[in-house]
Design a protein around this ligand. Structure first.
Ligand SMILES: [Zn+2]
Length: 432
């Protein structure tokens, strides 16, 4: 109890004053106290606070990457120009050679990249929760971790996977508040029906989100029709796996009935545009249709094996351009919607008190440097951010009230690059 009080006082002592920052459409001061946004006003006096002069900066909520496989930074550029299934086979071969040290530096590299590109929270689908949580603690950003169940219909393996997930869940109970846990089911075509039902039940019992790849390719939908006589979304519903706990990565090949179901159950869809484009899975993500049906739309990058980076700003731009292009409608994906799918909607899905620059919210804030060509002139900050700028404009990142990057400098950056590069060489030497 004493220790808890001590930590609480220490948090209270931590004050950061963002002076004269552009946020929510105007210039203001923002006071961060502990891990929260304590006050937003025209002028704030806070003598004890660490002051950051933000006269050429804007504050935005940290991006929340809703679908990634963080440690797949170690598969970045390993295999290019391939279709999904052969590519997956190759990636699985590499992943079988990933040991704990490679996993650790892969996670650290991912956190470093996310900080540099303004992401303060990511929803991961991988293995090694303890290592992933350690990376988040050391780097200071939030992660949602799991054990990803994948049994390929093998009943012996299915039981092992359930046990491994329960063990990971138990382990996660000792993690810091930066780390959350969820149930992860690789996909309806790689996880048996029993485990799909079990995942839904376990998530319900323990109040956890469910992370799944869903309707990523046209072939997946065709196979589902052949195997189960219905779409992957309908199959999930038949197993009791549709609810507002579900975070469905890709959600690309959806019928009107699928969209109706996802809306009715309040499912969160994650658009992974760059990964989809690169593997040529498709690009007609039904953003407007899903939102109109009542589904929650968010954005992710997918792992670096397919998307090559974890850059949410780049993903936002590509997503917007594609929506406008295939709909032949420049009014599609307006800026107000884009910024919501990058953070606010994701926070809602994770039940995280973040995603907005607002008093009382968690202080997960990104400071954008506007003293450059991309924000000059600056008639419309949001337009410049999405369509003109790139992530090199991310100057400072605050997560949970702590500065994790300032002036683009992250503590220990060179050590991470050196170790991750060495791990990559070791990993590839095992494949050849
Ligand atoms: Zn994925």
């Amino acid at each position: 109890m004493k220790l808890k009080n001590y930590n609480y006082i220490a948090l209270l002592m931590n004050e950061i004053l963002l002076q004269n920052v552009y946020a929510c459409g105007k210039r203001c001061d923002i006071l961060v106290r502990g891990n929260l946004i304590a006050k937003i006003a025209d002028k704030i006096e806070a003598p004890a606070a660490e002051v950051i002069d933000c006269s050429r900066m804007a504050a935005i909520p940290g991006f929340i990457n809703m679908h990634t496989h963080a440690a797949m930074t170690m598969t970045r550029s390993a295999k290019e120009d391939m279709t999904l299934m052969p590519w997956l086979q190759y990636i699985w071969k590499i992943e079988a050679q990933i040991d704990e040290e490679i996993l650790y530096w892969g996670n650290k590299l991912a956190c470093l990249e996310m900080i540099k590109t303004g992401t303060t929270c990511y929803n991961d689908m991988y293995w090694g929760v303890g290592i992933a949580a350690r990376a988040c603690d050391e780097m200071g950003i939030r992660g949602v971790h799991s054990y990803c169940m994948l049994d390929n219909g093998d009943m012996v393996k299915a039981e092992k996977e359930r046990k491994a997930l329960v063990r990971a869940f138990e382990e996660s109970k000792s993690f810091s508040s930066l780390n959350m846990f969820e149930v992860a089911v690789h996909a309806p075509y790689t996880v048996c029906a029993d485990n799909m039902r079990w995942a839904a039940m376990f998530a319900e019992e323990n109040d956890l989100p469910i992370h799944i790849h869903l309707s990523e390719t046209e072939q997946e939908v065709k196979d589902a029709q052949k195997n189960w006589g219905c779409s992957p979304v309908e199959y999930c519903e038949s197993l009791g796996l549709l609810s507002d706990r579900v975070i469905a990565a890709h959600s690309l090949w959806l019928s009107p009935h699928d969209i109706e179901l996802m809306g009715a159950y309040g499912v969160t869809a994650v658009h992974n545009i760059n990964s989809n484009l690169k593997i040529a899975s498709g690009y007609k993500f039904p953003m407007d249709e899903l939102m109109a049906a009542g589904a929650n739309v968010t954005l992710g990058t997918d792992g670096c094996g397919s998307s090559n980076n974890l850059d949410m700003l780049e993903a936002l731009k590509t997503a917007a351009l594609l929506q406008k292009a295939w709909r032949n409608n420049p009014e599609a994906a307006p800026l107000s919607t884009l910024l919501k799918i990058g953070s606010e909607n994701a926070a809602k899905a994770l039940k995280l008190n973040a995603g907005k620059i607002e008093e009382g919210r968690l202080a997960d804030i990104v400071l954008i440097d506007m003293n450059n060509v991309w924000f000059t002139p600056n008639y419309n900050f949001e337009a410049n951010l999405v369509y003109s700028a790139n992530s090199s404009c991310v100057d400072t990142v605050i997560c949970d009230g702590r500065i994790v990057m300032r002036g683009r400098k992250v503590e220990g950056e060179q050590e991470i690059l050196d170790n991750a590069a060495a791990c990559g060489e070791r990993l590839m030497s095992r494949i050849k």
